[in-house]
Design a protein. Structure first.
Length: 595
């Protein structure tokens, strides 16, 4: 195995270290080489991020005859120490809001559905505590985690009731009165101050560790190695912390990516510069692309959110019928159900006032969609909000849509044969594909600029936006070969290339614009010839066609629109296509405002 200079330095290091490893940098290869270089009689623990990563790591260590390495996840380790030893019963699925209402006998608090709203926050507060490194619930201020003003008011008014309910719920689990959750036994493991009998502990995906697990890791006597990527932290919403920034270990880097070429590396690096827009701390990163794949075997559509992904899948599969076989990472049903258990069908039946068909207890308690909207605001339930948006958009077409998606969905073992794999960033973490299409629901420079002036005065808003930028970075770095990206998500002055293209939607628009920019077509043969025009040919005629719009240009466009200047004349003035001008007019809603 040929190692880079960066890898050799890590392998030859001594003492506790942290490794900041960019996407595709061969961190597992490095960790295996590190383990190989240690004495064969040493006991080594490798902590994987999840079960699938654990199984893959086990195969790799065993293939290298490293039988002295024990591979675990944080939860599998905690399970052996707590559940097995103390004989707890673990709940198969998470508790739902209506379960908590029933178990704690929560009564209405004078507001509509207040018992369910309070129960929803009980579950979130319990998760917050179980993932923290605190010993007591009262050491945490749950109110600080809430952002929605309506939800904040509710929590502020009912905080004593909430705190009491959380304590009662935790006590019921601790006393074995009710089944415990996975988060609970991990917390109990941390509070037990375990002494793990290992010489070396290798902690992977450190940027998304929970404070509880980090506390266990730091307090071990073993030589500690923590690996991760600061810019791939995307689980803050599950109370994860960037452990690489929390430990004072000697620092090493893995800056060479063997997944993709330099142009993808440049785009990923520039996307991270968005962090400079929201903080005075300058972000710099070194990312070297050394990949050379030309394969186009696997094609993936990646979105920031479930909503963005589902809407895109519906358009491609149901409306355009351009795909015959597909696969959703993480099971297609997980995209049509909220975390609480409600399904698209439940929300649709509520919309149609068919309460007898609603299966979910919470949704069944709602009078109408207005009630549901009020609940979503007071609980900040993003998943339910997504289901509501899809129901509002597609209504009674939903059963036919879901049936179409499921009919074309291949089984797990046929995943690699699917024409397209659909995934959110969270579900494809650690995955890679040959040809990646990004959905237009990620953060952009324009979206950041549109936020209120004082938005970044609060640290939690900076952290939240940083994580949104990380999601974009992770999505970009999933490709081995080609990346298709919406124009609005390209950094200023970034050049398109063979590897970086505009999304199919933008491509089709530009083909139409290329046609508009030419002479009148007289024959079918001429039409077919013009349809094959490339981006470069369009760019020769419309020199500014791919430059981002600025506030000054938008103001100028608005002034010309109000002055009744023709679209053709505006296209010539701005050096863009007529289609681009029309698209910008639509985006700025000039017709509605001034038409």
């Amino acid at each position: 195995m040929i190692l880079t200079e960066e890898q050799r330095k890590i392998i030859n290091s001594e003492g506790n270290i942290k490794i900041n490893a960019v996407a595709g940098s061969g961190k597992t290869t490095t960790v295996i080489a590190y383990a190989q270089s240690r004495p064969s009689n040493s006991k080594i623990l490798y902590l994987a991020f999840n079960k699938s990563v654990k199984l893959e790591a086990q195969k790799k260590f065993q293939s290298k005859q490293l039988f002295n390495v024990q591979v675990e996840t944080a939860h599998s380790l905690a399970y052996k120490h707590i559940v097995v030893k103390e004989k707890y019963a673990v709940r198969a699925s998470d508790y739902k809001t209506h379960d908590v209402v029933s178990l704690l006998k929560i009564k209405p608090l004078g507001e509509k559905h207040s018992e369910y709203i309070l129960a929803n926050h009980v579950l979130k507060f319990v998760a917050y505590f179980c993932n923290s490194n605190k010993e007591k619930v009262q050491e945490l201020n749950y109110l600080e985690t809430i952002t929605d003003p309506t939800a904040k008011v509710f929590i502020a008014v009912h905080y004593p009731e909430l705190l009491n309910a959380v304590r009662v719920f935790l006590n019921k689990m601790n006393s074995k009165e009710i089944e415990i959750t996975h988060d609970f036994y991990l917390k109990k493991f941390q509070l037990s101050r375990p002494n793990l009998n290992f010489d070396y502990i290798l902690f992977d995906e450190g940027q998304d560790a929970s404070p509880a697990m980090l506390d266990v890791f730091i307090n071990q006597k073993a030589t500690k190695v923590i690996v991760g990527d600061t810019h791939q932290q995307i689980y803050g919403w599950r109370y994860a912390v960037n452990s690489l920034e929390k430990v004072d270990f000697e620092s090493f880097n893995l800056s060479n990516s063997f997944r993709f070429r330099q142009e993808i590396a440049d785009l990923a690096s520039q996307s991270l510069l968005l962090k400079n827009e929201i903080s005075d701390i300058a972000v710099t990163t070194t990312l070297v692309g050394q990949g050379n794949s030309t394969d186009t075997l696997s094609r993936a559509v990646i979105a920031r959110s479930n909503l963005g992904l589902l809407l895109n899948a519906i358009k491609m599969v149901y409306e355009e019928q351009s795909i015959d076989s597909l696969y959703f990472e993480g099971n297609i049903n997980s995209y049509t159900y909220a975390d609480e258990g409600a399904s698209l069908y439940d929300v649709l039946n509520l919309r149609n006032q068919e309460h007898s068909k609603i299966k979910d207890v919470l949704i069944k308690s709602m009078r109408d969609l207005d009630d549901l909207e009020d609940y979503i605001k007071k609980t900040e339930d993003v998943q339910l909000g997504m289901l509501l948006e899809i129901v509002n958009e597609y209504g009674n077409e939903i059963p036919k849509i879901i049936k179409t998606l499921k009919l074309k969905h291949v089984e797990n073992h046929l995943r690699d044969s699917a024409e397209v794999i659909f995934s959110t960033v969270h579900r494809c973490k650690g995955m890679e594909y040959d040809d990646v299409y990004l959905v237009d629901d990620f953060i952009t420079k324009e979206k950041i600029a549109s936020l209120p002036e004082d938005y970044f005065s609060e640290e939690k808003n900076i952290e939240k936006t940083n994580e949104e930028i990380n999601l974009l970075y992770v999505a970009i770095t999933r490709t081995r070969n080609i990346l298709r990206i919406p124009l609005d998500m390209l950094p200023d002055d970034f050049e398109l290339s063979e590897r970086i293209k505009l999304t199919d939607r933008d491509t089709s628009e530009d083909e139409e614009q290329a046609l508009e920019a030419t002479q009148t077509i007289e024959t079918k043969e001429q039409t077919e010839t013009l349809k094959s025009y490339s981006f470069e040919e369009v760019r020769k005629t419309h020199t500014e066609a791919y430059q981002l719009w600025t506030e000054e240009l938008d103001f100028e466009l608005t002034t010309m629109f109000c002055g009744k200047v023709s679209i053709s004349a505006m296209a010539i003035h701005f050096g863009r296509t007529r289609g681009a001008i029309s698209s910008r007019i639509k985006k700025l809603e000039l017709e509605e405002k001034y038409g």
